[in-house]
Design a protein around this ligand. Sequence first.
Ligand SMILES: [Ca+2]
Ligand SMILES: [Ca+2]
Length: 89
Amino acid sequence: MSFDKPMAVSVAVLALVTAHALAQKNQESAAPAKQEIVAQFDKLDADHNGALSKSEASKMPGLPETFDRSDANKDGKLDIAEFEAVVRR
Ligand SMILES: [Ca+2]
Ligand SMILES: [Ca+2]
C-alpha cells in the first residue's frame, strides 16, 4: 500500500487553494467590492438615513478631512455614491 499518490494530490490541491486565496486577496485590496463599501457605509450610517453626516463620517479615519471635498452635491452629507467615490479614490 502506498500513500504517495494521494499525498501528491492533496499537496497540489492545497497549492491551488492557496494561490486562489492569495489572488482573491490581491483583488480585494486593489478594488474593494461594492458590498464591502456598502457594509462599511451602513456601519458608519448610525441613524440609517442613507447618508453620512459629518459626525457619522468622523468615525472613519481620514474621512472628516476630505468630507467637504467629497460632498459632491454640497448638501452637507455623504450619500453612498459620494462615499464610494471616496473609498475608490
Ligand atoms: Ca446618517
Ligand atoms: Ca452629498
